[in-house]
Design a protein around this ligand. Sequence first.
Ligand code: NAD
Length: 494
Amino acid sequence: MTQVTKVPQSYGSLENLVDGKWSRSASGQAQSTFDPGRGVPIADVPFATSEEVEAAIDSSQAAFEKWSRLSIFERVKYLYRAKSVIEAHFEELASTLTQNHGKTILESRGEVQRMIENVEAAIATAYTLSKGEALGQIAEGIDEQTVKEPLGVFAVITPFNFPLMVPFWFVPFAIVLGDTVVLKPSETDPLPTTLASRRIQEEAGLPPGVLNLVQGSREAVEALISNRSVRGVTFVGSTPVAKHVYELAGKHGKRAIANGGAKNSIVVLPDAKIDAYVPAMISSFFGNAGQRCLAGSNLIPVGRETHERLIGKFADASNKFRVGYGLDESSEMGPVISKASKERIKGAVARGVAEGAKLVADGTGKTVSGYPEGYYLGPTILDGVSRDMKLAREEIFGPVASVMQADDLESALEVINSKSDFGNMACLFTSSGSAARKFAREANAGNIGINLGVAQPAAYFPFAGRRDSFFGVLHAQIDTVDFFTDKKVVTSRW
Ligand code: NAD
């Protein structure tokens, strides 16, 4: 078994990375970041001042001039080094992630692995998809070609739930293509992002300004988007903020990728192999304590008999799911991110019960021995949820499953397509190829899973999303090659 790395109990005050140097903000505005498993603050997060944000942008703009002129092979070498740095610090990154976010160490290791896969995909992109096209003799003596050119400085804004993976949906692609980045991690758990940036900056030897990092929240985001030198923004977070970011980017004439929230349904047909797939369903609803944009939220067995066969097994397996401190290797589910989040989730469950749903597993009173102040909840299952209840339509972002009935696949599709405004993921469990095909074609969501509970696209596919889960055209991961470059068309006669 891999040994969990020992983590410091306190990190003091987090710094900004500007022009290759780490320095403390001059700002008086700060907040604490916590270890949610112990419920204690572990670092201060001073928010960068507008001057500091501007200095980061200026540094990235200056770095762009040289960085974009480097040969692609030179830039790729930095990415290989960054990959080695992440591998060398794999356990340190995973443990810090668990400490600051709460997810289990196993989940954190999976997340670090996703970082690495994105670096690898970015390297592959540099050699393949970043090439333009050419057509000779479009007219007598005339040839035409496209060249994909980097644009300049990009702002990368990330959420709390995947502080290592989500920045890597964008940063490696941007820099390998010749752009430079100002990264603004979530102020809720910025430690892992800050640590990864520090290790990469120092040990992969990135030239100053290619990657800058500023701490902060709304003010920093708005300052980044409205600055003339910033050519575009990538955002991942909640839907209201995604909409705001997308609108602001539009107002300032910037390109934007804005991923929002989710309300994902998992449909189970009568012919599904329930015993084989209950673990995948449990992991979908309760993995990462339900704080995934690809978490299952509505469980829809089709037909009364399927419901009866599924509900007992689902509830039994969730009651056995081991909730504990993330750095204990035996834990299967950690705490939620904050006390406020815990209270909000408990409120959503109580409202559901008041609306008539029946609690078949109640994790709202969960405590973990030895961690009395941690923000723990156990897997919670509400049965008899009707499709118009808030529980069925709004994002909960916690370990809560809402079970509702559908008579047939059409009616389950109706829940997915018209009862919620989100369109991030939809999954179907079945043994029928034709049902799977119908579902994949008709479910109005960006990421579709068949006999999978978390339909996470690999790094070399786009991370999709639709409706209120996504604003933009091009998606995260591999799609960003066309986001981070602009096509120039060269027509020549010789
Ligand atoms: P959030 O929207 O609160 O914060 C995301 C980022 O936006 C943070 O960096 C934060 O500092 C910044 N921010 C917050 N308020 C802002 C404002 N008013 N103006 C500008 N910037 C602001 O999201 P969160 O709570 O950190 O993350 C959870 C949400 O992210 C969930 O809704 C989840 O579904 C979503 N998410 C979506 C995806 C996806 O790919 N669709 C992936 C991961 C998470």
